[in-house]
Ligand binder design. Structure first.
Ligand code: NAP
Length: 507
């Protein structure tokens, strides 16, 4: 590897707070969280920012995913930055390309792209107190006072562990690695998985393909997506009526959290309401009782992430679409072989089988105090203090980190609150002239114990299903309280939970 040292490198060995200079801040990843961090930090006067993006353009999940039907099941006016409300959303629930265009418009408007180094993945982060040494894929080495990882959650595709997968003679790809160069028209297509992604893809391609086999291992609870195209008059009103956009954003947030979050977090009446709505939707959409029975889950609604999709059930009833509920035995060169011995012959096999959700910033090697590696710290399961910081990893923050608020809500809203919390911590470091911040071990343990105690009451734990919210021990690894509480934690951080230390001078 060509190890080189950049011009700015290795000089800052003192504390930015006592030296009276700007902190050098590295932000890793230029998706919604990373762009939000660049903008909000600069707005608050933190200007020495470098964002490392492994790809050639911004976008994160909205760049990597471009499958047919890609849309967001969080309402557009809530799935937006609070500081860049958009009166021009065309639909109540936006499609992928419009969301990516919005992110680019905001990044351009606030000049965020000037701080991004594209095609520059980070391989290593090593804490050399009070700085972090960062190594890029190109072998460049630099030091930063603080690191903010904004590397996303659903990043690394999970390929199913099915015998013979590689033996398939046709084309196959994962939903997050969509092949735009292979037309589906008239082809025999199979799709493995029936999660949020698969439902959107099935709805979008069923009318185009020759034949579609949908391989379902577990049925998911689905509610309708009340899609709506916004009129020009409505968009005009949003521009003209002061406060209207914000009121709509807040209403959408209340609605999402009042329905899904409450239903998940022990409000049994609300859980029943959500489940009954799904059952009514199912009955209305699928008149055939036999097919209906095959797609009716036997676990509680909100145990897995709720799916909002209005195209899936109609697609399943098209003549060229077959729901396959026999277990998959193997993939063979001709197609997919199921437990009944049948080979479903295919030209194209689509894998909508989800993501490795325990990776976060990994495989970047992150080494904290006393040589502690993040992968070792996370050996049992990825944990964090308030889904943001880690004991033993000073001056290091992770947006959308483990145990975060990942249910049916806007991750943009959550990451904005996390960025505000990071800024509050930086302001305190500056005020008190301290060089090092990290959560106290005892605060981290107390917080995680409280989480473990309360998560057991949620339908993620009690609903009787398997989901990506569960860690390797089968425990939900997700925020167990209402999102409102998390926002308040972020707005009013309890500094007594952190150790703030001045720079130790060697004598
Ligand atoms: P997912 O929810 O993890 O679903 C994966 C699907 O693949 C499941 O149906 C799973 O079956 C199936 N599967 C996995 N391995 C299999 C195997 N070996 N054999 C047979 N089936 C297998 O993944 P996703 O649909 O990509 O969604 C991931 C997350 O992305 C969602 O929960 C959501 O947070 C996000 N998302 C959001 C939106 C949005 O509109 N906001 C849209 C798409 C995705 P089991 O259920 O039996 O495990």
């Amino acid at each position: 590897m060509n190890m080189s040292v950049s011009g700015k490198d290795l000089q800052p060995t003192g504390a930015w707070t006592t030296e009276g200079r700007q902190p050098r801040i590295a932000i890793i990843g230029a998706g919604f969280s990373g762009i939000g961090a660049l903008i909000k930090l600069r707005q608050q006067g933190y200007t020495d920012l470098t964002c490392f993006e492994k790809a050639g353009e911004i976008g994160g999940t909205w760049r990597d995913n471009h499958y047919p039907g890609l849309s967001c099941d969080v309402p557009s006016h809530f799935y937006s930055y609070s500081f860049a409300l958009n009166p021009d959303w065309k639909h109540r629930f936006s499609y992928g390309p419009e969301i990516l265009a919005y992110m680019n418009q905001v990044a351009d408007k606030y000049g965020a792209k000037q701080d991004i180094r594209f095609n520059c993945g980070v391989t290593d982060l090593t804490y050399l107190g009070p700085q972090w040494q960062l190594t890029t894929e190109q072998g460049d080495v630099e030091r930063f006072d603080l690191v903010i990882a904004a590397t996303g959650v659903l990043v690394n595709p999970a390929y199913p562990d099915i015998p013979g997968l590689d033996s398939f003679a046709g084309e196959q790809w994962h939903s997050a690695r969509w092949r735009d160069d292979v037309p589906l028209k008239g082809k025999r297509v199979g799709i493995i998985g029936t999660g949020s992604t698969a439902c959107q893809i099935v709805g979008a391609i069923a009318g185009d393909v020759g034949h579609l086999d949908v391989f379902q291992r577990t049925p998911h609870w689905i509610t309708s997506m009340p899609q709506k195209q916004y009129s020009a008059t409505w968009r005009f009103l949003l521009r003209r009526v002061p406060g209207l956009q914000l009121a709509i954003r807040n209403f959408m947030r209340w609605l999402m959290e009042h329905t899904f979050a409450r239903a998940t977090l022990g409000d049994e009446k609300q859980q029943k309401r959500v489940q009954d709505a799904c059952l009514a939707f199912l009955k209305e959409q699928i008149p055939d009782p036999e097919l209906r029975a095959r797609v009716t889950p036997d676990y509680k609604a909100t145990c897995k992430r709720m799916i909002m999709c209005s195209d899936y059930y109609p697609a399943l009833q098209q003549d060229n679409v077959e729901l396959v509920t026999e277990r998959i035995d193997a993939v063979v060169p001709e197609g997919v072989k199921t437990g009944d011995g049948k080979v479903h012959e295919l030209d194209i096999l689509l894998l909508a089988t989800g993501f490795h959700v325990s990776d976060f910033i990994l495989p970047t090697r992150v080494t904290g105090e006393n040589g502690l590696e993040l992968s070792a710290f996370w050996r049992e399961a990825p944990r964090a203090h308030r889904a943001l910081t880690f004991p033993g990893f000073p001056n290091f923050f992770m947006l959308e980190g483990p145990t975060g608020v990942f249910g049916n809500t806007s991750l943009i809203d959550i990451s904005e609150h996390q960025i505000d919390c990071v800024i509050a911590i930086l302001d305190k470091m500056k005020r008190d002239q301290v060089a090092v911040v990290a959560p106290k071990q005892e605060a981290y343990e107390a917080y995680n114990q409280a989480m473990s105690r309360d998560i057991g009451k949620s339908t993620w734990a009690t609903g009787g299903c398997d989901s990506w919210y569960l860690d390797a021990t089968g425990t939900p690894n997700i925020y167990p309280w209402l999102p409102q509480q998390y926002r308040e934690d972020m707005l009013n951080p309890d500094f007594s939970e952190y150790r703030f230390e001045p720079l130790k001078v060697a004598v």
